[in-house]
Design a protein around this ligand. Structure first.
Ligand code: SF4
Ligand code: SF4
Ligand code: FES
Length: 348
């Protein structure tokens, strides 16, 4: 089948989606995605970030589609013509979707472990409107403990369903899902059960935002201070192929390897992810490159910013004046002993 996207003509198999065809072309025509994940079945159609304009339906029926279509769930037709980066309507709609995703999203980037590799942060930077029109109080959720390895921060969830699909398709028994409706919908475990099975840690990698993060890496370091290396070990449960995020000789965290679309290549087991934090446990293959234009890559963090104290946890934060009191995380990541140690270092 022949499809034209932003003037680029490509031949694809029947059943290919517009998004997949755009990814084959590459470049600016590839729509952003927050819920679609090519490694998971039936994923997509939730976030509306990937909207495109179909200016010609097909050779047989050349009428344009009146509404913008989500490219991740729209199948290509022979002779279809699509406008992605060349459609002011689609770009405006993506901007509006980004604004919607952000209305209830906390301004947690200064304290969020996902910052620097967060798809929402990248989307907001690339597509967003830097001013919010939302003046109402943001919706918040009570913190919930879902086990020793995974930190759930529901305030940051965009309800993309990727973690639910992953648990359905990769683990024998799913114990979490989306409960509640509309504004009350939230990711939760059934009666506070821990998410605990060999492949559960992969929800951290598929979560596009900082709603599910690695407890063993929590507040250890900003991601841009770590250097990613490809490494592997012999593992009986998974391929053992991972990315080690190193600070000097210390393994700060272990993640699966991701491709150019920020999607996991091979899902890894919890043992590789959480229990092998010594570099001797691994055969290091070599350094990795950051795959995608991202907040880290465009060096936004190198611009000099005037520092101000944020009125929350004294020891944790520094940031912009307008972020004061908007941090959704309450409490300190340090225990009393660690706080004393920090105070002592300050005095010395
Ligand atoms: S998930 Fe974290 S890094 Fe991403 S936009 Fe939200 S607060 Fe910022
Ligand atoms: S927790 Fe993350 S992966 Fe799960 S629905 Fe929310 S944003 Fe998506
Ligand atoms: S990526 Fe297509 S709707 Fe979310």
């Amino acid at each position: 089948m022949k499809v034209t996207i932003d003037g680029h003509i490509i031949e694809v198999e029947a059943g290919t989606t517009v998004l997949q065809a755009a990814r084959m072309i590459g470049g600016a025509s590839v729509p952003p995605t927050m819920c679609y994940y090519s490694k998971l079945k039936d994923c997509g159609g939730k976030c509306r970030c990937c909207l495109v304009e179909i200016s010609k339906g097909s050779e047989r029926d050349p009428r344009p589609m009146p509404k913008l279509q989500p490219s991740c769930v729209t199948a290509v037709q022979d002779g279809m013509e699509v406008l992605s980066a060349n459609s002011p309507r689609a770009l405006e709609a993506r901007q509006a979707v980004t604004e919607f995703l952000l209305i209830n999203h906390p301004l947690d980037c200064p304290v969020c472990d996902q910052a620097g590799e967060c798809d929402l942060q990248n989307l907001a930077y690339g597509n967003g409107n830097f001013k919010s029109r939302y003046i109402e109080e943001k919706r918040t959720f009570e913190p919930e403990n879902i086990g020793p390895y995974i930190q759930l921060h529901m305030n940051r969830c965009i309800l993309c369903y990727r973690c639910v699909k992953l648990a359905d398709q990769l683990t024998p028994e799913r114990v979490h899902g989306v409960v509640g409706r509309g504004d009350h919908a939230e990711i939760s475990t059934y009666i506070e059960r821990a998410i605990d099975n060999d492949f559960s840690g992969n929800v951290i990698d598929v979560c596009p935002v900082g709603a599910l993060t690695d407890k063993t890496f929590r507040f250890k370091s900003r991601v841009w201070f770590n250097k990613p290396f490809n490494a592997h070990r012999h593992c009986t449960k998974c391929s053992g192929k991972v990315t080690l995020w190193m600070f000097g000789d210390a393994v700060q965290r272990v993640t699966a390897r991701k491709d150019e679309w920020h999607e996991v290549e091979d899902f890894i087991c919890n043992e590789c992810r959480f229990e092998h934090k010594n570099v001797e446990d691994w055969i290091v293959e070599g350094p990795r490159k950051f795959e995608k234009p991202s907040v880290i890559n465009v060096n936004n963090y190198t611009t000099h910013l005037k520092k101000v104290k944020i009125e929350t946890e004294e020891l944790v934060l520094e940031g912009r004046d307008e972020d004061r009191k908007k941090i959704s995380m309450s409490g300190s990541p340090y225990n009393e002993k660690e706080k004393e140690a920090i105070e002592k270092t300050k005095e010395e």
